[in-house]
Design a protein around this ligand. Structure first.
Ligand code: AMP
Length: 207
């Protein structure tokens, strides 16, 4: 099954994508994670991407599309995947439509003021990228799964978060109508317990 997860930054896409991938045995294709990996390895993509990501801007379509299309050609993606963070513009969606047949697009819907709270309180593992929130960390500073140090991502700082949400509303939100018109869009409320949200998603995937 080829699944796209849509949603604003902080809507919980990454967390839900990980669960879906585990349960349905699908690869998790997160454009943000691939960019961050390239940034830590200081590859040419990483050097370009950093200039945009740290400011809360989108990486140009040309760079992003090439990176993701290359990844989707790998053999583990043959029978399906969960796309998390791609597409983020209509141009990316149109390009994806040219060579992939997507089965379903799940949009996680959440109120705008909750997003800022979630993102500025987020801490991420420097090693594996696992997300945490200060409200549940109880002072812990290390990742529960790999022991890596927890940090605040540069783009989770307050000013950048505001800009990321504006960018989302202008450039990514129009994708909801795009996929609704293709009859692929399903909206799921992204608030509440992680397990409950996942069960809503699972119901839609099994339909
Ligand atoms: P994420 O981890 O999905 O929030 O992505 C982190 C950052 O990576 C975003 O704020 C963008 O700067 C960049 N990024 C991720 N995916 C894309 C995409 N599909 N198009 C352009 N930029 C992206």
């Amino acid at each position: 099954m080829k699944i796209i997860l849509l949603g604003a930054p902080g809507s919980g896409k990454g967390t839900q994508a990980q669960i879906i991938c585990e349960k349905f045995k699908l690869p998790h294709i997160s454009s943000g994670d691939i960019f961050r990996h390239n940034m830590s390895e200081k590859t040419s993509i990483g050097i370009i991407a950093k200039r945009y990501i740290d400011k809360g801007e989108l990486v140009p379509d040309s760079v992003t599309i090439e990176m993701i299309t290359k990844r989707l050609k790998e053999s583990d993606c043959k029978n399906g995947y969960v796309l998390d963070g791609f597409p983020r513009t209509i141009a990316q969606a149109k390009q994806l439509d040219k060579y992939e047949k997507i089965d379903i697009v799940i949009e996680l819907v959440i109120e705008a003021d909750k997003l800022t709270q979630r993102l500025t309180g987020r801490r991420s593992c420097q090693e594996c990228g696992a997300p945490y929130h200060i409200s549940t960390l109880d002072g812990k500073t290390k990742c529960a799964s790999c022991g890596g140090v927890l940090i605040q991502r540069e783009d989770d700082k307050e000013e950048t978060v505001k800009h990321r949400i504006e960018v989302y509303n202008m450039q990514t939100k129009p994708l909801s109508d795009y996929y609704r018109a293709e009859d692929l869009l399903v909206e799921v409320k992204g608030e509440g317990k992680v397990e409950d949200i996942y069960h809503q998603i699972e119901k839609e995937l099994k339909r």
